[in-house]
Design a protein. Structure first.
Length: 587
């Protein structure tokens, strides 16, 4: 019983949310009303055409002609065409405005939702919500909304005029309406379910395409083309099957509706012909009745398309609201950030999935202006500590403070503006060298500042040798640059922003010895007068740190200088011995 109730209530809820979405999308009510008025004028002009036609035919059958009727008929055609064109343009404007606003709102919201969302959802799926689902809303508003309303007006007007001309004919119309409703609504409900599944599959397919194309070199280097081709083929076939299911429903709705109406038309023509022959109905009245019937048949055929598109729009509405209702990243209101205070972790525990803790009761203090290092086996939680400092995530237990203030209380943009993050996974945009260095900065940046940042990052020399210097496009993910060059661009970006807290995550781990020398020098330039926290497997890069934290399985098991840990900490001794031995072997 409960399932039936839900089935009944769900369409009503979805319609309310669709109306809410239109309001949320800033539907221009004035434009919509004007478009409806012109649509109404188009419908009225279409309604008077059969009346003028009737008078002209009746006059011609008696051997007379009235030119004023012909002029009125031509005027009605012109008015119908102009009003229809204006109505169509205004609704297109309204639809484009709505989708533009929704896309802006969705894009703005997506950029502000927590990183944890992107850990669980592929980018292609989110892209589908912003592009394809909003386009469905636009299609409904632009192509179907006013035509549906004006079509209903035309049907009602045609029925009223049919009653005025001959009420007996009107009975045939009232037979078809309930039959059409009984057929359309169950099929419309089925169409909603299929459409929702289709959009989900399309989002999944887009997500898969994005993932494969982003890693196309991995695909080719591992000869995985056939594997990916097969996965893509299965997803494309699933999409085709859903499309065919939609086509089957449409194949039933449109022909059935048309067949019902045409059967009525045939019956009316036969019945009307008999009455004309008996003299109880004029030839002009019969022609007018037939035109009015077509005025009813055509909107009913269009309604089938409207209802299928409307069901798609309801499904798209749910998915759009799913994004818009996600909570944004928490941002405090404190904008005054005193970086002379120490940054400290107080009994912090954190889990990505809510089940297995990555960090367990971690506490330490970072004094401003000093250099700290995090070392230990992979998977111990070192990068997670950086993510918590960046406020990509919020700890489940404990606090992270700057002085006496929880970092969650700081304005998010102000807090992140203080932090420079250089990781082993170098983030380079498909843009110019200049755009990459200046990324995230508002307004124009002085040319000398850009060049000075490049010099400090040991990047100026190689940039000058590029074909277009600072205007050189580096390709997708910086593919036209070497690993060391990309790393130095990331360091130049950090230098230019002049952030006071520096996070270095394995910044030289993937570089050859020559590139590492350049990057190490750039890092030393970057570290001057900054608080620096370094994650490094190469202990040679952190032996001079003011304090080193050894992290194992989410806990800090040792802290001190290089010499102190070398004398007291077994794991640190093992790491140093292993790296020293490896260095001897490679030498």
């Amino acid at each position: 019983m409960e399932e039936k109730v839900n089935d009944i209530e769900q369409p009503t809820i979805n319609i309310k949310r669709f109306i809410k979405l239109l309001n949320f999308g800033k539907l221009n009510k004035i434009v919509f009303v004007i478009a409806f008025i012109f649509g109404f004028i188009e419908t009225l002009a279409g309604l008077v055409v059969p009346l003028f036609t009737r008078n002209i035919i009746d006059l011609l059958s008696t051997g007379g002609i009235e030119w004023s009727y012909i002029l009125f008929l031509v005027g009605a055609f012109i008015a119908q065409g102009i009003a229809g064109g204006i109505s169509f343009y205004l609704m297109t404007y309204a639809g484009e405005s709505i989708v533009s606003f929704l896309r802006n709102r969705l894009w703005s919201h997506v950029l502000q939702i927590p990183v944890s969302y992107f850990d669980e959802h592929e980018s292609g799926e989110t892209m589908s919500r912003i592009t394809q689902d909003t386009n469905i809303i636009k299609t409904l508003v632009t192509n179907h909304l006013v035509s549906f309303i004006s079509g209903m007006t035309g049907i009602i007007g045609s029925i009223l005029l049919l009653v005025m001309i001959d009420w007996k004919f009107t009975l045939f119309i009232f037979i078809s309406i309930p039959v059409a409703i009984v057929i359309i609504f169950p099929l419309g409900k089925l169409m909603y379910k299929i459409s929702k599944r289709t959009q989900d599959e399309l989002a999944s397919f887009s997500s898969h395409l994005g993932r494969v194309l982003n890693e196309i070199r991995l695909v080719k280097s591992h000869n995985a083309q056939e594997y990916e081709k097969e996965i893509g083929r299965k997803e494309i076939n699933r999409l085709m099957n859903y499309g065919l299911k939609e086509a089957k429903i449409n194949a039933v709705i449109s022909p059935v509706m048309t067949a019902i109406m045409m059967a009525i038309v045939v019956a009316i023509i036969g019945y009307g012909g008999a009455r004309v022959a008996s003299g109880s109905l004029s030839p002009g009245s019969l022609v007018a009745i037939i035109i009015y019937i077509f005025n009813i048949v055509l909107p009913f055929s269009q309604m089938a398309t409207f209802f299928t598109t409307f069901q798609k729009a309801l499904g798209a509405t749910e998915r759009i609201f799913h994004i818009l209702e996600l909570e944004k990243e928490h941002s405090g209101h404190v904008t005054e950030i005193d970086l002379m205070n120490p940054l400290s972790f107080h009994h912090v525990s954190f889990s990505y999935d809510g089940r297995q803790n990555i960090l367990k009761d971690v506490s330490f203090t970072i004094e401003q202006g000093k250099t700290y290092a995090l070392v230990g086996p992979s998977g111990g939680g070192k990068t997670t500590i950086f993510s918590l400092i960046e406020r990509f995530y919020v700890p489940q237990e404990g606090e992270i403070k700057l002085g006496e203030t929880n970092i969650q209380d700081f304005h998010l943009a102000s807090w992140r503006a203080q932090i420079g993050y250089v990781s082993q996974e170098i983030s380079v945009l498909s843009a110019t060298v200049r755009e990459n260095i200046c990324y995230g900065l508002e307004g124009p940046v002085d040319e000398e500042r850009i060049k000075e940042a490049a010099r400090l990052a040991n990047a100026f020399e190689f940039i000058e040798k590029l074909p277009d210097g600072f205007e050189t496009h580096v390709g997708e993910r910086g593919i036209k640059l070497s690993g060391g060059q990309r790393q130095r661009l990331a360091i130049a970006r950090a230098v230019l922003r002049n952030q006071k807290i520096l996070l270095l995550d394995e910044a030289t781990s993937n570089l050859d010895s020559e590139s590492e020398q350049y990057v190490q020098q750039a890092i030393r330039n970057l570290m001057k007068d900054r608080t620096t926290i370094i994650i490094a497997h190469r202990l040679s890069t952190v032996v001079d740190a003011d304090e080193i934290f050894v992290i194992e399985k989410g806990r800090i098991t040792g802290r001190g200088t290089h010499d102190q840990l070398l004398a007291t900490h077994p794991l640190y001794q093992k790491l140093v011995k292993h790296q020293f031995h490896s260095h001897e072997v490679h030498s």
